[in-house]
Design a protein around this ligand. Structure first.
Ligand SMILES: *[C@@H]1O[C@H](CO)[C@@H](O)[C@H](O)[C@H]1NC(C)=O
Ligand SMILES: *[C@@H]1O[C@H](CO)[C@@H](O)[C@H](O)[C@H]1NC(C)=O
Ligand SMILES: *[C@@H]1O[C@H](CO)[C@@H](O)[C@H](O)[C@H]1NC(C)=O
Ligand SMILES: *[C@@H]1O[C@H](CO)[C@@H](O)[C@H](O)[C@H]1NC(C)=O
Ligand SMILES: *[C@@H]1O[C@H](CO)[C@@H](O)[C@H](O)[C@H]1NC(C)=O
Ligand SMILES: *[C@@H]1O[C@H](CO)[C@@H](O)[C@H](O)[C@H]1NC(C)=O
Ligand SMILES: *[C@@H]1O[C@H](CO)[C@@H](O)[C@H](O)[C@H]1NC(C)=O
Length: 733
């Protein structure tokens, strides 16, 4: 009897606990959430409840990130109908609507479905989507309602911005009026598209009905005016366009990444934000509009804005300023008009001028067919008197699809890197003249590239790449290819000899685990090296950082170790020259978009004849902590001194500790000594970085530790060659 009572009390107690604190992710007709209670998604990513923005006392129901200390509300229900006390109540009413009640009776907000739902359940998903479904009809897999279909000011990963063409539903973002008021302030961001006319879909930021900014039509990879938005290591961007749907979406490639896209009223802009856990802050990774030339239609009709030339306007080929006096006094809003109207009757009189590197014009008056090619597109354009320009709809590969513009061409600008080709219809008689102009454009865009390197370069570059001699800048070639430019400072110590050495050396080396040199430039004192750009910076920025370190799980780290070994094998044995790197370290290994390692910085490398194994130098260069003892003390370098550095690097990759600064507790041992001690005790696995505990393969880890300890032996002769290392890493025994 006593036992029974105990069980009963426990059951009642649990029941009470369950109904008062909502550590659940869903509610139904018999449950509700009052002010102070919250609904938490299954894995605890998002939380739904009542909040007051900023210093406001008004209560709103919304969804925010549960684990981010800065309140980040991603969705609000009663945006313009605040509750003025704490009587708000969210529940599912008897007809199955999700309703927000005020003082128990008046409906402040609801999902407004007009049919009887049998077993309604509202659930907050880990994606941040609040959904309403019918549990009597769970197999259908469809939601009766979802917050993702009614966005506020934020696009979360997997959310769609755009159209459901079957239902006519349009999802767009609306900015909060201000930080204290979630009511829409008039700034909207969405996809513009006219299904009847089959226009080219494009994104638009509007103030009221006025056009404010557009990124340009989607070109298969990105919006035509947003070269930064290409898919990368962190995100996949996608534009879906078929008979049923037309939307933009993105997702993160690694679950740990928290990223959102937000529109703000003041200052009016779209921002892509990523949560940086180490700094406990949101970092803006991109903001639009970025600059003067992004202002909608700033150059008027048929004008092109040029950001590299004091943001000035030019007329398209074959056009002249509408009002030359206004234009010359820098009022360009009047735009440009044709020198000659199109010749509609005699087709042969019209031709097309190809303009490159542009954001394509406003597609309000346009038409597209994604199966036509450029030749068919040209014929189509020249056959219709109102056609003024055409382009490919998809730039992937050789380009495909046909986009046609009618009437004035508005809001075109130069994109210094990654712009597109636009074919503008002009009189054939003007083409000869246009050809001369095209030459001028090419000359101008070369200048753009070079100035692009130096303007954009500074802040991206300083933190972007390797240490070594001189700052590294990020730049872009005209075709959109990203490059790293190493500028050797005059005081860097790398003289003309070392420079030529590096160039001559890397130019001859071609291997997927070595960074590729694309070109170089010597002018007077100025020396530049142009390398392929590595999106993910250097290895040390990952392995020694607690947060970034999580992005490299064990399988990736093992791949990296093997990749470095293969790169070194090529240097030591497979290339026609025998190359000793002399400065192997984590900061000289760059990672590309797929996290493939690339050995870089050959400023100190030495080449040997095929049969020579060892050399001597009076000038010991390299990095303390990675240098083999015989090299550090006697200046003796050989392939075995590189092997020593490799061994140190492998220990660092496994442990996440820097060999230079590592000091185990109460111990004067180095990282190597510590690893050795653990191995003798049979506890090598303790060396493993804590963040690898879940992903590691003990056999691989042990194999790597053993190999690295062989590599860091005192006597060079005892260390294995790199070919043995590659074999040992790859073998099961
Ligand atoms: C709703 O009304 C009932 C009866 O009027 C009252 O007991 C209850 O406390 C009210 N709930 C809220 C959240 O105001
Ligand atoms: C439930 O809410 C919906 C939407 O507000 C409303 O139309 C409906 O009448 C409500 N049902 C009841 C029984 O109150
Ligand atoms: C938006 O906020 C401004 C003050 O910042 C206020 O004057 C205006 O009335 C608000 N608009 C709406 C629609 O709430
Ligand atoms: C810069 O813009 C001005 C004004 O439009 C023009 O006269 C000049 O030729 C342009 N310079 C270049 C290099 O394009
Ligand atoms: C700029 O020029 C347009 C006509 O091209 C004219 O309507 C407008 O008033 C001018 N603006 C200024 C500030 O002069
Ligand atoms: C698009 O172009 C293809 C190939 O030229 C053609 O077969 C198709 O009918 C066109 N579709 C439309 C809607 O014009
Ligand atoms: C030219 O294109 C316009 C806009 O799509 C269309 O209304 C018109 O019928 C076309 N004219 C011809 C001759 O195809």
């Amino acid at each position: 009897m006593a036992g029974f009572t105990f069980v009963l009390i426990t059951v009642i107690f649990l029941f009470l606990l369950h109904t008062t604190s909502f550590e659940v992710d869903s509610i139904n007709q018999f449950q509700s959430i009052s002010d102070g209670e919250t609904l938490v998604s299954k894995e605890g990513v998002f939380e739904l409840g009542f909040f007051s923005p900023g210093t406001s006392k008004k209560r709103y129901m919304g969804i925010w990130y549960k684990n981010i200390p800065i309140q980040t509300v991603v969705w609000v229900a009663n945006r313009c109908n605040p509750i003025y006390d704490s009587s708000g109540l969210l529940t599912v009413n008897s007809t199955g609507n999700l309703v927000l009640l005020y003082q128990n009776k008046s409906v402040i907000w609801s999902t407004s479905l007009f049919k009887q739902i049998q077993k309604p359940t509202a659930q907050l998903l880990d994606s941040g989507n609040l959904i309403l479904r019918d549990d009597a009809d769970r197999n259908s897999g469809t939601y009766l309602w979802q917050s993702f279909d009614n966005p506020s000011n934020t696009i979360l990963p997997e959310m769609k911005m755009g159209w459901d063409l079957r239902t006519g539903l349009q999802r767009h973002l609306t900015a909060w009026n201000n930080t204290e008021d979630p009511c829409p302030g008039g700034l909207t961001y969405g996809i513009q598209f006219n299904p009847q006319l089959n226009t080219i879909p494009e994104d638009f930021l509007r103030k009221g009905s006025e056009k404010f900014y557009r990124s340009g039509p989607w070109n298969g990879l990105r919006f035509s005016g947003g070269p930064e938005l290409r898919p990368n290591f962190l995100y996949n961007f996608k534009f879906v366009c078929n008979d049923d749907e037309m939307y933009y979406t993105y997702n993160v490639r690694i679950k740990l990444i928290i990223a959102i896209l937000v529109v703000n009223q003041f200052p009016s802009m779209i921002q892509r934000l990523r949560w940086i856990d180490a700094d406990q802050t949101w970092r803006a990774e991109a903001s639009y509009p970025r600059e003067y030339c992004d202002n909608y239609g700033i150059c008027g009709a048929n004008g092109i804005c040029d950001p590299s030339n004091s943001s000035s306007c030019q007329c398209l080929r074959g056009f002249k300023p509408n009002s030359p006096e206004e234009w010359n006094s820098m009022n360009m809003s009047g735009g440009c008009v044709r020198n000659y109207p199109p010749s509609c009757e005699e087709k042969e009189k019209d031709g097309v001028a190809k303009l490159s590197g542009l954001k394509l014009p406003d597609a309000a008056h346009s038409w597209m067919n994604t199966s036509m090619n450029l030749k068919e597109c040209k014929a189509k354009c020249l056959s219709n008197c109102s056609c003024t320009a055409y382009a490919n709809t998809d730039i992937r590969g050789k380009g495909s699809g046909c986009a046609i513009w009618f009437g004035d061409l508005i809001d075109i600008r130069h994109i210094p890197a990654g712009g597109q080709d636009l074919y503008v219809r002009i009189r054939a008689s003007e083409l000869a003249k246009a050809d001369r102009d095209v030459t001028a454009v090419i000359v101008a865009s070369v200048i753009v590239v070079v100035s692009g390197i130096f303007s954009a370069g500074y802040y991206i570059g300083r933190m972007a790449l390797k240490g070594g001699f001189g700052p590294v800048y990020k730049g872009m070639l005209e075709d959109g290819k990203e490059i790293a430019v190493k500028r050797l400072s005059m005081s860097s110590g790398q003289g003309v000899d070392e420079f030529k050495n590096e160039v001559a050396l890397i130019a001859k080396l071609q291997h997927r685990n070595l960074v590729k040199l694309l070109g170089c430039c010597i002018q007077g004192e100025e020396k530049l090296l142009v390398y392929e750009y590595m999106l993910n910076k250097c290895l040390d920025s990952f392995i020694f950082d607690q947060v970034q370190g999580k992005l490299l799980d064990w399988p990736k780290r093992f791949q990296i170790i093997c990749g470095i070994a293969r790169g070194l094998l090529y240097l030591h044995q497979d290339s026609r020259l025998r190359v000793i790197h002399r400065d192997l370290k984590a900061s000289n290994v760059l990672l590309d978009i797929e996290m493939n390692p690339k050995i870089s910085d050959f400023g100190m490398a030495r080449t040997f004849r095929g049969d020579q194994l060892e050399g001597n130098t009076n000038r010991v260069v390299g990095t303390y902590g990675y240098m083999a003892p015989e090299y550090a003390f006697n200046g003796q370098f050989s392939i075995k001194s590189d092997i020593f550095s490799f061994g140190i690097m492998v220990l660092e990759i496994i442990s996440g500790k820097r060999s230079r600064v590592f000091r185990p507790q109460n111990d004067s041992l180095t990282l190597t000594g510590y690893a050795w001690k653990l191995m003798k005790a049979g506890r090598e696995i303790e060396l493993l970085d804590a963040c690898l505990k879940d992903s590691h393969d003990s056999f691989e880890v042990l194999r790597c530790i053993h190999v690295s300890l062989l590599c860091v032996q005192q006597r060079p002769a005892d260390r294995p060659t790199i070919s043995s290392v590659v074999v040992m890493l790859g073998s099961e025994s």
